[in-house]
Design a protein around this ligand. Sequence first.
Ligand SMILES: [Zn+2]
Length: 75
Amino acid sequence: MSDHHFEGFEGSYLGNRDVLRPGSRLECKICWWVYDPALGDPQWQIQPGTPFADLPAHWRCPNCDGDAEQFLMLE
Ligand SMILES: [Zn+2]
């Protein structure tokens, strides 16, 4: 028995923000830049304490301009 039933690429949230927790850190699949909610994103003027799920819809990786939906959730 397992509570885990990952489908496809483990950790990929594929745009499903329901799986994100407020403290979830996510890593860019392209350049490995990590979004940490505790730090926010100064480049996008995202305030520290902003969960990934609350980022603006047009937010993109500040390092490589990758799409937000290709970020992977870190444990
Ligand atoms: Zn990136």
